[in-house]
Design a protein around this ligand. Structure first.
Ligand code: NDP
Length: 327
C-alpha cells in the first residue's frame, strides 16, 4: 500500500461535498491502492453538520481512509495537501449581479489561494468547482505567487460528461464509444461543446447527426443542463457534479487513455488564440500528472466565433476581479 495523500475539500458539509467525500474515501478518485487523509473545510456555522459527515465517514469503515481533519481554519485545511477540491462558494442571492457574486467569491478564493500558497505541497493539484469556477480559480491562482500557476484548474468536466451522454443517446451508442469530446471556455452558458473532433465508434460524430441537431439541440441542451436539473429535481445537480470532480482529479493524477483526451479549465498559454492567463476549457492529454493542451485541431468559422465569445466573457470576468489579485 502507498503512503497516504492529503485531500482537501471545501464546502464539505454541502450537497456536492456529501456526494464527493465518500467516493474519494472509497478510492474512486485516486485508485484502490491509495489511502487518503481527508481535510474538510467549512464555515463556522456549518461545523456541527460537518461533524455528522465525519461520523458517517467513520461509520463506513473505509479501508483507504487514513484520517480526517474537520476545520473552519483555512490554514489547517490546506496544510501539506496534495489535492484541493474547492467546492464551497457563495451562491448567487436574489437580485445579486454577477459583479457582486465575483466580489463575494473573491473574499473566499483570495484567502484560500494565499493559504494554499503558504501551506500546500508545492505540486498541489487544485480543482475549483464553486461557481463562477473559472474566475474563482484565477483569483486563487493570483493569490498564490509561489505556486506554479498550472496547479490551478477549474471544472468543465461535468459539461464534458453531459455532452458525451447527449451524443450517446442521440446515436444509440454507449458513452464509452465516444472519444475526443471537447468543451471550450467558461463553465457558463457561453461554453462551447465542440463535436468537430469527437468520434463515435471511430466515426466522426458530425457524420452521424444532423447539423441542425448539433446547433439547435445539442449545444443549448449541454449549456442549459444545470437549469433543467434544477427544474426537474427542485435542487441543483450534486451527485453528477461530484462525479465529474472525481473524474477530473483521477484523469489529472492517473492520466488520460491513449487516443483520447478530456476537457479541463486550465490557464491559457495563448493556444488557439485565447487570451493568455484566463482559465479556459481546453482539450488536454495527461501523463505523469502533467496536462498538455491538444494542439493542431482545425478550427472552422463556426467554432472560432463560439470560442471567442466564451473567451470574451472570461476576459470581462477577469477585468472585474483584477483588484483582488496579490500585487
Ligand atoms: P453545493 O454543494 O450544491 O454547491 C457548491 C458550489 O458548487 C456552488 O458554487 C455551485 O454553484 C457549484 N457547482 C458547480 N457545478 C455545479 C453543478 N453542476 N451543480 C451544482 N452546483 C455546482 O452547495 P451547498 O450550498 O449545498 O453547499 C455549499 C457549502 O459550502 C455549504 O455547506 C457552505 O457552508 C460551504 N461554504 C464553505 C466555504 C468554505 O469552506 N470556506 C465558503 C462558502 C461556502 P452554483 O451556486 O452556481 O450552483
Amino acid at each position: 500500500m502507498k503512503a497516504p495523500v492529503r485531500v482537501a475539500v471545501t464546502g464539505a458539509a454541502g450537497q456536492i461535498g456529501y456526494a464527493l467525500l465518500f467516493r474519494i474515501a472509497a478510492g474512486d478518485m485516486l485508485g484502490p491502492d491509495q489511502p487518503v487523509i481527508l481535510h474538510m473545510l467549512e464555515i463556522t456555522p456549518a461545523l456541527p453538520a460537518l461533524q455528522g459527515v465525519v461520523m458517517e465517514l467513520n461509520d463506513c469503515a473505509f479501508p483507504l481512509l487514513a484520517g480526517t481533519v474537520a476545520t473552519d481554519d483555512v490554514n489547517v485545511a490546506f496544510k501539506d495537501v496534495d489535492y484541493a477540491l474547492l467546492v464551497g462558494a457563495r451562491p448567487r442571492g436574489p437580485g445579486m449581479e454577477r459583479k457582486d457574486l465575483l466580489e463575494a467569491n473573491g473574499a473566499i478564493f483570495g484567502p484560500q489561494g494565499k493559504a494554499l500558497n503558504d501551506h500546500a505541497k508545492r505540486d498541489v493539484k487544485v480543482l475549483v468547482v464553486g461557481n463562477p469556477a473559472n474566475t474563482n480559480a484565477l483569483i486563487a491562482q493570483q493569490n498564490a505567487p509561489d505556486l506554479d500557476p498550472n496547479c490551478f484548474t477549474a471544472m468543465v468536466r461535468l459539461d464534458h460528461n453531459r455532452a458525451m451522454s447527449q451524443l450517446a443517446e442521440k446515436t444509440g451508442k454507449h458513452n464509452t464509444d465516444i472519444k475526443k469530446m471537447t468543451i471550450w471556455g467558461n463553465h457558463s452558458s457561453t461554453q462551447y461543446p465542440d463535436l468537430h473532433h469527437a468520434t463515435v465508434d471511430g466515426k466522426p460524430a458530425l457524420s452521424l447527426v444532423e447539423q441542425s441537431w448539433y446547433e439547435s439541440d445539442f449545444i443549448p441542451t449541454v449549456q442549459q443542463r444545470g437549469a433543467a436539473i434544477i427544474k426537474a429535481r427542485g435542487a441543483s445537480s450534486a451527485a453528477s457534479a461530484a462525479s465529474a470532480a472525481i473524474d477530473h482529479m483521477r484523469s489529472w493524477a492517473l492520466g488520460t487513455a491513449e487516443g483520447d483526451w478530456v476537457s479541463m479549465g486550465i490557464p491559457s498559454d495563448g493556444s488557439y488564440g485565447i487570451a493568455p492567463g484566463v482559465i479556459y476549457g481546453y482539450p488536454v492529454t495527461i501523463k505523469n500528472g502533467k496536462y498538455a493542451i491538444v494542439q493542431g485541431l482545425e478550427i472552422n468559422d463556426f467554432s472560432r466565433a463560439r470560442m471567442d465569445a466564451t473567451d470574451k466573457e472570461l476576459r470581462e470576468e477577469r477585468a472585474g476581479v483584477e483588484h483582488l489579485f496579490a500585487k
